[in-house]
Design a protein around this ligand. Sequence first.
Ligand SMILES: Cc1cc2nc3c(=O)[nH]c(=O)nc-3n(C[C@H](O)[C@H](O)[C@H](O)COP(=O)(O)OP(=O)(O)OC[C@H]3O[C@@H](n4cnc5c(N)ncnc54)[C@H](O)[C@@H]3O)c2cc1C
Length: 483
Amino acid sequence: MYDVTIIGGGVIGASIARELSKYHGKFLMIEKEKDVALGATKANSGIIHGVYATDHGTLKGELAAKGNPMYQQLNEELNFGYRRTGALVLGFNAEDEKKIRERYHNGKKYGESPEDLQIIGPDKIKELEPHSNPNIKMALYSRNAGVASPYEFTIALVENAMTNGTEVRLGKKVENIQKREGGFLIDAEGEQIKTKYLINAAGLYSDEIAKMTGISNFEIIPRKGQYILFGKDQGHLVNSVIFQVPNAKGKGILVTTTYHGNFMIGPNAEEVDDRTDVSTTKESLRYIIKSARKSIPEFKLNRAITTFSGIRASIRAKDFIIEDDQVKGMVNLIGIDSPGLTAAPAIAKRVTEMLVRQGFTLDEKEDFNGYRAPLVQKKPEDFDGSTEHRDPEKKIICRCESITEEEILESFKRGLPVESIQSLEFRTRAGMGHCQGAYCGSRVRDLIHREYGIPKKRIPRDSHREEKRIQKVDIKEIRKMTE
Ligand SMILES: Cc1cc2nc3c(=O)[nH]c(=O)nc-3n(C[C@H](O)[C@H](O)[C@H](O)COP(=O)(O)OP(=O)(O)OC[C@H]3O[C@@H](n4cnc5c(N)ncnc54)[C@H](O)[C@@H]3O)c2cc1C
């Protein structure tokens, strides 16, 4: 019998798993895919939002405001990749000015200091962002926003929870849940799991998990967001995360660099019926390009690397629901859309407190080890593109990202299996550069084959169990697009 079982290996489930692993108990995280971080967590903007961005008085706002300042220390402990960049919300006219002032006052309600949150004019904007549109009249500057690598964060959280005794079952879909005296009986594809407490962190499918326990008042409304990712050679065009004023659909199109220095634009917001529809479309990407040019006019489409999309687990209420009052012993996390990544560390603490209310005793481990060593060593070219410093002694497998054989072999030793090309990419970035694996693909297959004995031709590209052909706009079409 487990004390606590967490359904879902996204950033929310992983944050809860790591938080719980600080305490005595028998904990399990169960995930339907063959790796963690394959839901919304793998395809988002990776922004650790400043507090101005989320309405004061909402649960989202409260937890994002608590989550943001926890990132610095988490990164020191877990080495997943986080950088405080600051953020700007740009204004072009009087209408935008009203919204900027409204966001400023929202931030002030959280107690933001004058250094942390300011309204700035064209000169300061130019100083911070020399490549921005000269027609920008004003901007809200938030010092505490940053960027993180969301899937590396999740992998790091899970690795560290495992180091501290948490069990993880991958490739097991929860299909049925029975409420029993003193707990639950979970049916996961033939495996029966008994647990005293249950946490539903199933993201897009959290309404379906809730239904299995008789809760029928939740409905997820999937909202897709598409992106274009560019090479690091375009990364110099932007220093902070650049937003335009928010609209009815959300925070609008942003321009940023990823943690590793790639230039990125997106996401739009479109309601979709199919929760697995992560296709990209020319029409949406054209809109994203046009909107992004308004902030940073000069990026080069022929340096686009790939397009992708993620699906937000939104609900009509437009706030997070984290509740434990419908089924005794169960915590449901519903509608954890943006800024769920920012809020994740605070959500984990909130859920742990709720478990106490449900009767679980928190007894701290004296030997908790909160440290997780980095997998990929930071390289100067992540930020300036130069390769001069490369150590000729180290065998480079991925030339675009300078990933060494040693780093890849280390990723196999961390407890979670790395049995697909995507799983290796997410841990080491091998194959994620400009050539998208054209150079290193066969070497990477060799290494996975040597480690796991999977025939090279049968190593899957992707870690989803139901490998579905994703309809993506051919990158050549983006590179040639006339606007
Ligand atoms: C386009 C987009 C942009 C975003 N940008 C930002 C941002 O910049 N900053 C920010 O703070 N937030 C952002 N977010 C929000 C953030 O990505 C999410 O809040 C967060 O990833 C949610 O994590 P999760 O663990 O709840 O969900 P997921 O990552 O979806 O994880 C849920 C997991 O549950 C598993 N699961 C589902 N059903 C079952 C089952 N029956 N049995 C077992 N496992 C199951 C799934 O496979 C999945 O792995 C964005 C989201 C999107 C989509």
